[in-house]
Design a binder for this molecule. Structure first.
Ligand code: SF4
Ligand code: SF4
Length: 466
């Protein structure tokens, strides 16, 4: 349990009761690192009640205790206690976890599973020897591309050239894509049009509020969002301005670091976080808006990520306390415009039906899953239908659908069974990864033409009543 004064104990400071444990051989290096990095109080906080099992997608799909939150926590503890070797089967279970954190809101002991997973993956990453091409790909992606917005922009321009110049059609025609795994081929086909021009290039770094100003919002533009979903980013700025906020977009901000933190690159995530904290602190904003659940969930936990960095602790707390998802910010603080869907817009003459797939991180970490639903219900002439199992991960989970293809496909297939039951014209979500995964599901189920996957901001902005 946590100490009475609220402090927590790292695993390496914990000692087993004397005389209760037989002599064990020395811990292997990975177990040693885990012992140093994992919070032992969190490990022992798990009282093994199993309430989390029913919320866990990998447990639901496999029925295996080891693929459940309770099972994974037991595995981590067994490694730290030296009872079990952190062998391949242990690492496989850590890899199979989506990191969706659906196990957290249902946990009566408030176990911070996400932090344990992050610390475990970071420990594994320090010891695992990847094959040369994986090492190279990780280095390029995590160190050379995602952290550098100018390079992301260049990637956007190159991708746009590929999509618009006819190269994509040629590549498909001569079968080049067949050289890639099926999931990557499917993903390539549903990628939205990339952009070399993000929010700052479009609006500059400051956009005034429409009407009397309510407050100043710092917009977190994201790395991928500003390249693959630049239009959504632009509409986010416009929607916030319509709702009475002055919007500041610090140009020195960078990627949030979520992909890094989830892939065991915590020190790199910390460096990215420090730079973002500096950028928004200088801008001195009232709120920090995120329009991507995956990014927002790390931003709101920068205080945890930087808790052992004395020079940043206070500013990280300032930053984390201001982060809000755009839906919640609009709903709680904004001056909302009226929203209306054209009354006769459906081809079949039926009422326009919408449904919503949760972003796991928006729901489970930011705890803001109701805000998008409340906003959708404010739009006139639409029928909102709740999607069964909307709170269950869609299988996207960062790069999970690329590295854990089989499980991601299985989860998506089951998700789409419920999506079809809604008969919705539009499937709305609040995170770019979920949006791509939903587009993929729609394509695979041959629903294109009948159903469209859309970001909540695009849905709302396009329905502001004129
Ligand atoms: S719900 Fe919480 S305390 Fe219960 S088994 Fe799961 S993680 Fe442990
Ligand atoms: S993060 Fe998601 S997949 Fe991982 S143990 Fe928790 S509920 Fe299961």
């Amino acid at each position: 349990m946590a100490a009475a004064n609220g402090t927590t104990t790292p695993a390496h400071e914990h000692s087993a009761p004397s005389g209760s444990t037989p002599a064990r051989k020395p811990l292997n290096p990975l177990a040693q690192t885990m012992k140093m990095q994992l919070n032992y109080d969190e490990l022992t906080n798990c009282m093994r009640c199993g309430f989390c099992q029913a919320a866990c997608p990998t447990f639901i799909e496999t029925g295996l205790e080891a693929a459940s939150p309770r099972g994974r926590i037991a595995l981590m503890k067994a490694v730290v206690d030296g009872i079990m070797e952190p062998d391949q089967s242990f690492r496989d279970q850590m890899d199979l976890c989506l990191g969706c954190r659906a196990c957290e809101p249902v946990c009566p002991a408030d176990v911070k599973y996400g932090h344990l997973l992050e610390e475990t993956r970071d420990s594994i990453e320090q010891h695992v020897e990847h094959r040369w091409f994986i090492k190279a790909a990780r280095k390029v992606a995590f160190k050379q591309v995602f952290p550098k917005q100018k390079r992301m922009r260049l990637v956007g321009k190159l991708l746009r050239t590929y999509q618009k110049s006819g190269l994509q059609k040629v590549a498909h025609g001569i079968g080049v894509m067949k050289l890639f795994p099926k999931n990557m081929r499917d993903m390539e086909a549903i990628l939205p049009e990339a952009s070399g021009q993000g929010v700052v290039e479009t609006f500059g770094t400051r956009v005034p509020a429409k009407g009397p100003k309510i407050g100043t919002v710092g917009m977190f533009r994201g790395c991928l969002m500003d390249v693959l979903f630049a239009e959504t980013n632009k509409k986010t700025v416009q929607l916030l301005s319509e709702a009475g906020f002055e919007v500041v977009i610090p140009d020195t901000q960078n990627c949030c670091g979520a992909l890094h933190a989830h892939a065991g690159e915590v020190s790199q995530a910390k460096e990215l976080a420090k730079n973002n904290v500096r950028a928004f602190r200088e801008a001195n904003v009232d709120y920090i808006a995120s329009n991507a659940g995956g990014c927002g969930a790390l931003l709101i936990e920068y205080d945890h990520l930087l808790h052992d960095e004395p020079d940043f602790k206070e500013d990280a707390e300032w930053f984390a306390s201001r982060v809000k998802d755009v839906s919640l910010l609009l709903l709680e603080k904004g001056r909302l415009p009226a929203f209306e869907h054209p009354a006769d817009a459906t081809a079949d003459g039926e009422t326009f039906t919408i449904t919503y797939q949760d972003s796991c991180h928006l729901r489970n970490v930011m705890r803001s899953g109701n805000a998008p639903r409340n906003l959708m219900k404010r739009v006139a002439n639409v029928n909102f239908v709740e999607l069964q199992g909307a709170d269950r991960c869609c299988g996207s989970a960062g790069i999970y659908n690329i590295v854990q293809t089989e499980m991601a496909n299985q989860i998506l297939e089951h998700k789409m069974e419920h999506v079809k039951e809604t008969n919705a014209h539009m499937l709305i979500t609040s995170n770019p990864g979920c949006l791509l995964q939903m587009k993929l599901g729609i394509e695979r189920e041959n629903l294109s033409g009948k159903m469209e996957a859309v970001h909540i901001v695009d849905f709302l902005y396009d329905r502001i009543k004129s």
